[in-house]
Design a protein around this ligand. Structure first.
Ligand SMILES: NC(=O)c1ccc[n+]([C@@H]2O[C@H](COP(=O)([O-])OP(=O)(O)OC[C@H]3O[C@@H](n4cnc5c(N)ncnc54)[C@H](OP(=O)(O)O)[C@@H]3O)[C@@H](O)[C@H]2O)c1
Length: 180
């Protein structure tokens, strides 16, 4: 009798990003996010409770280490050769380890992609961004880390699922579904 390979259920990936009107998510790679509204912060923190794991870039992890250490966090970095585990935090180098396979093997079903700019781009390129919540805060930054820190131009199609005004200042929460 032929051996049947058990199909592992694939994880669903949801991105969360807060941006200025001009598409910037931070002033620099290590600057953190202290300019977002209380309403967005509450939405983000409440949302994270629903996820089995979180994916973050090494820069974002360094900025938000204290909070991320409390959750199942997968940190993408080139600084490790094999998977390195430190309590709830796992450091993975995508060059040597397939991140999606790792997540599926762990049995994670819902994964939050929390940035930064390099990680949104990494996840988008690797079909690890099914939905994305984009909060637009009413600021223009003129410079800074862009939402997707891609190396070359490519067009991905998304479809808008919902729009919500979060406060009187004009913070807007958009939900998009990946159309690719
Ligand atoms: N507004 C928001 O919603 C939001 C959300 C998240 C973060 N942020 C902010 O964004 C800034 C950080 O963004 P960022 O784009 O500079 O950094 P990032 O995406 O958080 O992390 C980039 C780092 O991740 C690792 N990495 C990324 N892609 C990799 C790959 N394919 N292979 C191996 N390693 C890879 C590298 O770390 P190594 O150098 O270790 O190899 C790289 O330097 C911070 O200021 C943070 O606070 C804002």
């Amino acid at each position: 009798m032929a051996m049947q390979k058990k199909q592992r259920a694939k994880a669903k990936y949801t991105g969360y990003v807060a941006t200025s009107i001009d598409g910037r998510i931070a002033s620099g790679s290590h600057s953190g996010v202290n300019w977002t509204s209380r309403e967005d912060w509450n939405f983000f923190q409440k949302s994270l409770l629903k996820y089995d794991a979180i994916i973050a870039g090494h820069n974002t992890f360094m900025v938000a280490k204290k909070r991320l250490e409390k959750r199942n966090t997968i940190v993408i970095t080139s600084k490790v050769s094999t998977v390195k585990t430190d309590n709830k935090v796992v450091f993975i180098n995508p060059k040597n380890t397939n991140v999606k396979n790792f997540i599926n093997k762990k049995g994670y079903k819902k994964v939050a992609v929390i940035g930064g700019g390099h990680i949104y781009d990494f996840c988008l390129k690797n079909q690890m961004l099914d939905d994305i919540y984009v909060t637009i805060e009413p600021f223009v930054f003129t410079a800074g880390v862009t939402m997707f820190q891609g190396a070359y131009f490519r067009k991905y199609r998304f479809s808008l699922e919902s729009i919500k005004k979060l406060n009187k200042n004009g913070t807007i929460l958009l939900k998009y579904k990946n159309g690719n």
